[in-house]
Design a protein around this ligand. Structure first.
Ligand SMILES: Cc1cc2nc3c(=O)[nH]c(=O)nc-3n(C[C@H](O)[C@H](O)[C@H](O)COP(=O)(O)OP(=O)(O)OC[C@H]3O[C@@H](n4cnc5c(N)ncnc54)[C@H](O)[C@@H]3O)c2cc1C
Length: 258
């Protein structure tokens, strides 16, 4: 990026709303926990940086800093529009998340996050550590990876009852193995694996978080991860980085049809 890019009269990247930089309300965000699914949650543990940190990182190219909110916001929009991505890596989020394995299975594929997880070798699981869906989704006839529509509550009720029974039985066998002296690391093979809730700490920078959000908030993402991505976006990303969120919606999500 050059100084002339910044002063460009090209209005493509001009923000829609008036620009007033407001630093994120850290007191309101840090430690905030939002419930997801039946027993999961996302909590923001730490946050480094804000919209201005992104602008200032870009301006270090010519050893400059903030030039006032209007120009700052316009530059940030320019960066997003032209995929000048590295300044967005200057902002970092650290979350503590509780989610079922079916969600983690997909989340940990994102190699640009750093994770630390609860260990089923150290800590025994509780009876209530299993995901129970509200509704049963039907298999999509056209997309092998997707669901489309839902079973009626009457159709779903016996499945939910069967699932609870399955959890109860799995958990009973797990306890039985522990009581027989089997190690926690091995006894857990009795548990219904996709459904069990784990707690993780997960850190990521804003650029890679946007990549995650654009994939996992999309309609073709599985519901059980989409709700976590949407929670992160609405409750943490947008309040922490309002200019970046506005530019992300305009230049990235809109292009993806989101
Ligand atoms: C709807 C959907 C369906 C999916 N279905 C499947 C499936 O059936 N099977 C399956 O295995 N996976 C599946 N995935 C997972 C998918 O293939 C990716 O592993 C996952 O989305 C992470 O994306 P990513 O690699 O872009 O993200 P990250 O790992 O966070 O990487 C971000 C970007 O960094 C770069 N990068 C990171 N690490 C490397 C590296 N080592 N080498 C080169 N570039 C790197 C890449 O440009 C990458 O896009 C699915 C994902 C989605 C969203």
């Amino acid at each position: 990026m050059t100084a002339s890019d910044e002063s460009s009269s090209n209005q493509d990247h001009a923000p829609a709303a008036e620009a007033i930089f407001r630093p994120p309300d850290r007191a309101a965000l840090l430690g905030k926990r939002v419930a997801v699914l039946d027993k999961g949650w996302v909590e923001l543990q730490d946050l480094m940086g804000d919209d201005l940190a992104i602008v200032n990182a870009a301006r270090v190219s010519f050893l400059g800093e903030s030039k006032g909110s209007e120009k700052d916001k316009k530059l940030l929009f320019y960066l997003m529009q032209h995929r000048h991505t590295s300044p967005f890596e200057q902002v970092e989020f650290k979350f503590r998340v509780r989610a079922p394995v079916v969600t983690w299975w997909q989340w940990v594929r994102h190699r640009t996050w750093q994770f630390n997880a609860q260990s089923g070798r150290y800590v025994a699981f509780d009876e209530d550590d299993f995901y129970v869906p509200d509704v049963w989704r039907k298999q999509s006839p056209s997309n092998k990876q997707a669901s489309l529509g839902e079973l009626t509550p009457e159709e779903g009720a016996p499945l939910t009852a069967a699932l609870l029974e399955h959890y109860e039985r799995g958990y009973r066998l797990y306890r039985q193995a522990l009581d027989a002296g089997v190690a926690r690391e091995q006894a857990r093979i009795f548990l219904p694996g996709f459904a069990v809730y784990y707690t993780w700490v997960a850190k990521v920078d804003a650029h890679n978080l946007m990549h995650f959000l654009s994939l996992r908030m999309a309609e073709d993402a599985q519901y059980e991860i989409r709700v976590y991505a949407q929670t992160i976006y609405e409750h943490f990303f947008k309040p922490a980085l309002p200019w970046t969120a506005e530019a992300f919606e305009k230049f990235i999500l809109a292009r993806l049809g989101g």
